[in-house]
Design a protein around this ligand. Structure first.
Ligand code: SF4
Ligand code: SF4
Length: 343
C-alpha cells in the first residue's frame, strides 16, 4: 500500500543509502529550534534561559527546509523550546510533510489538545515526540505523566493510524531513575509508542557555552547506574517495549561512560542544528554565528571545515540523535551485524 507513511519512510531509507554511497553529501538529519521560548523551565535545560534572539518567520523556515530537501535531507526534527507555543507550527509541519520529509515534532505536550492534533494529522504522516520524565512534577522537571493527554493521543492514533506515530522521551536523572520502569509500563499499557531513554547530560563547567544543557552534576547518573540501565533496557526490549535507539547504542553508551569507547562526532557533516534566529549550530548544543543562508552557499567541504572551528575544546556528548545516524551511515554493515549481537 502506498500510504504517505510508507512513502516518507522509503524516502528516508533512500536518503540514508544515498549518503552511504556518497550520492549526496547533505546532512542525514537536521534539528531546528523553531523557537527557544518554553512554557516550562526544566532545571537541566538551558534552551530557553537567557535567550534574546527573536524567532525567524515560518516563511524563512520553509525556505530553509527547501534548501535542506534539495541537499537530500529527509529527516527533520522540529523542537525548541516548546514548538507548540508558535501558532504557525502547523504551517511548517504541513510544508515538511508535503515534501515527504520524515518530520519529528518534539513537545512537552502541555498545549496539545484534540483540535490541534486533528489539524496536524490532517497534513499526513509525522512522528510526535512527547517528553515525559516522571509521574509527578519533580524539582528538576515539570514534564509529568498526564493520563488525559495519553487518552487523547490514543484516540487520535485510533482514528488516524497511518498519519501519526508516537515517541515518548524520558530524560533520566538521579531523581527519576527509579520511576523509569513503572512509567514505561504505565504508558505502554495505554499507548502504542516507542521510547527514547536518554541519561541527562550536564555541561562540564557552570555558565559555559552549551546551548541545551545546564550545569547539574547532582542529577547525573553514576557509571554503575548506566551499566544497570543498559541491562534494564535490554530486558525491556525482550519484553516487546520498542525503543528509538538500537541496543548497540546503549552498549556503547555504557562503554563511553567508562571511557572505554571514543566516539568521533560528525556534527556539521552528517547532521547539524539550526537555531531560532536562523544561524547554524553544530548540534543542539554548540552555536555558531553563521547564517544558514550563507552556510548553504558554501561547498560541502568548506561547510564542514568552517563549522567545526566552533567545536569546544571539551566538547562531549553521547546523545542518540547524533550517534545513531552517524553509526548507521558510517558503519552500515557493522550496524546490521550488531543488530543480532546485541539482541
Ligand atoms: S527540557 Fe523541554 S520542556 Fe523543559 S525547559 Fe527545555 S525545552 Fe522546555
Ligand atoms: S561532541 Fe559533537 S554532537 Fe556532541 S556536543 Fe560536541 S559538537 Fe555537539
Amino acid at each position: 500500500m502506498n500510504t504517505i507513511k510508507n512513502r516518507i519512510l522509503r524516502n528516508l531509507g533512500i536518503s540514508y543509502i544515498n549518503r552511504i554511497f556518497k550520492v549526496i553529501n547533505g546532512p542525514t538529519f537536521v534539528s531546528i529550534f523553531f523557537t527557544r521560548k518554553c512554557n516550562f523551565d526544566c532545571y537541566y535545560c538551558a534552551t530557553s534561559k537567557g535567550q534574546i534572539k527573536s524567532d525567524i518567520s515560518v516563511k524563512q523556515w520553509k525556505n530553509i527546509v527547501n534548501h535542506l530537501y534539495n541537499q537530500g535531507c529527509r529527516f527533520i526534527t522540529i523542537y525548541g523550546g516548546e514548538p507548540t507555543l508558535r501558532s504557525d507550527l502547523g504551517e511548517l509541519l504541513k510544508h515538511c510533510i508535503n515534501l515527504n520529509v520524515f518530520t519529528h515534532v518534539v513537545t512537552n505536550g502541555a498545549l496539545l489538545n484534540e483540535d490541534l492534533l486533528e489539524e496536524f494529522v490532517s497534513y499526513g504522516y509525522f512522528l510526535l515526540g512527547i517528553s515525559i520524565d516522571c509521574f509527578k512534577e519533580s524539582n528538576s522537571s515539570p514534564k509529568k505523566y498526564r493520563p488525559e493527554l495519553i487518552n487523547i493521543l490514543q484516540d487520535i492514533k485510533k482514528k488516524n493510524p497511518e498519519n501519526i506515530d508516537y515517541s515518548i522521551h524520558i530524560i533520566n536523572t538521579k531523581e527519576n531513575i527509579k520511576e523509569l520502569i513503572p512509567l514505561i509500563r504505565t504508558i505502554k499499557n495505554k499507548l502504542n509508542c516507542r521510547f527514547s531513554i536518554d541519561p541527562v547530560h550536564s555541561s562540564k563547567k557552570p555558565n559555559e557555552q552549551y546551548q541545551y544543557r545546564s550545569f547539574c552534576p547532582e542529577l547525573l547518573l553514576k557509571k554503575e547506574t548506566i551499566s544497570r540501565l543498559r541491562k534494564v533496557i535490554q530486558n525491556l526490549k525482550r519484553q516487546g517495549i520498542q525503543l528509538m535507539s538500537p541496543n548497540s547504542y546503549y552498549y556503547y553508551m555504557d562503554k563511553w561512560y567508562q571511557n572505554k569507547y571514543f566516539w568521533k562526532c560528525d556534527a556539521g557533516d552528517l547532521y547539524y542544528a539550526i537555531d531560532n534566529d536562523g544561524t547554524v549550530m553544530l548540534c543542539e548544543d554548540v552555536k555558531t554565528p553563521i547564517k544558514f543562508n550563507d552556510f548553504i552557499k558554501l561547498s560541502h567541504k568548506t561547510r564542514v571545515k568552517k563549522i567545526n572551528k566552533f567545536k569546544f575544546e571539551y566538547c562531549d556528548c553521547f546523545k542518540p540523535c547524533y550517534w545513531n545516524p552517524t553509526n548507521f551511515v558510517k558503519h552500515p554493515l557493522r550496524n546490521y551485524i550488531y543488530k543480532y549481537r546485541f539482541r
